[in-house]
Ligand binder design. Structure first.
Ligand code: NAP
Length: 272
């Protein structure tokens, strides 16, 4: 019998690529997104069913999961992929921007995981694959503290959950995206700004430029990340954490090899 994968944030980027990949492999795919009425590609693929789901809205999460189970019977793998980035100096962030970063990247996976647990317990197993970032295991740029906070929190949540879900045969995986080119994650970045405070203008301009000119050779190719999700979902890999992309790997090696003070000053020097 075909297996079923449930994915959040499939309107673009990694989520969409993952949905198409698993459909091609013959899996059933529950592809969820905030605005299914706009979707024209995934709706054409026979083994993909599209459901409306905003991860910050528990009612929508519950309804989408109920509909997916009613459609496919059993969900084997859940991919917590939906995410966005809030960048810019913390001092300039609005209350709403701070709350939204947490709501999407942390509370979102919590909402999805909690709503799926009764189904996975009834099935005596299941797997949550969580899309994190190298920014979830280390720091890398100034004015990224809110995004760092959200992915560090996701990492802590998933690592902590390991102990309570392992006895129930419910597996957890973290995929640390190295920052990938070829998708529109940049469009999902909210920038904190305040025209009355100029103190962060220079560094903000530097980081914006850096993001616009991201060197894809150091980032994970989106297909490499899909291949990692494939290996985890099919059991070819049982790694708890998988870091993708040279940039993240280089930073992690540095972080492990020197005291934190040296790591911080080395990274900071890149932005002087
Ligand atoms: N690309 C990178 O450089 C990078 C690096 C490290 C980690 N990541 C992580 O990788 C994951 C996928 O991102 P991506 O690179 O594929 O970027 P993307 O193309 O911007 O995809 C993000 C997806 O999340 C969805 N989303 C945002 N807020 C949502 C909400 N409240 N409820 C449901 N869906 C929501 C977006 O849907 P809408 O179309 O409705 O906005 C979109 O489908 C994210 O978790 C991101 O944090 C990305």
């Amino acid at each position: 019998m075909a297996k079923t994968i449930f994915i959040t944030g499939t309107s673009s980027g990694l989520g969409k690529l993952t949905a198409k990949h698993f459909a091609k492999l013959g899996w059933n795919v529950a592809a969820t997104m905030r605005t299914p009425e706009k979707e024209t590609e995934l709706t054409q693929i026979s083994n993909i069913k599209v459901f409306k789901l905003d991860v910050t809205k528990q009612e929508q999460v519950n309804t989408a999961i109920e509909q997916a189970i009613a459609t496919f019977g059993k969900i084997d793998i859940v991919v917590n992929n939906a995410g966005m980035g809030t960048y810019g100096a913390l001092e300039l962030a609005t209350e709403e921007a701070i709350d939204n970063q947490y709501a999407v990247n942390v509370r979102g996976p919590i909402n999805v995981i909690r709503a799926f647990l009764p189904h996975f317990r009834a099935n005596r197993g299941g797997m949550f694959i969580n899309i994190s970032s190298f920014m979830g295991v280390t720091t890398a740029v100034p004015i990224g503290s809110l995004y760092n906070m959200s992915k560090f929190a996701l990492e802590g949540l998933i690592e902590g959950l390991y102990y309570e879900l392992k006895p129930l045969n419910i597996e957890l995986r973290l995929v640390e995206q190295g920052g990938s080119s070829g998708n529109n994650f940049g469009d999902n970045i909210t920038w904190n700004t305040d025209e009355n405070i100029k103190a962060y203008d220079a560094i903000t301009a530097k980081i914006k430029l850096l993001m616009e000119n991201r060197d894809s050779s150091h980032l994970g190719d989106p297909q490499d990340i899909v291949d990692v999700i494939d290996s985890l979902a099919t059991g070819k890999s049982n790694q708890f954490r998988t870091l993708v992309g040279d940039m993240g790997k280089g930073l992690m090696e540095l972080r492990k090899s020197v005291p934190i003070e040296e790591y911080l000053s080395t990274v900071a020097k890149n932005f002087e």
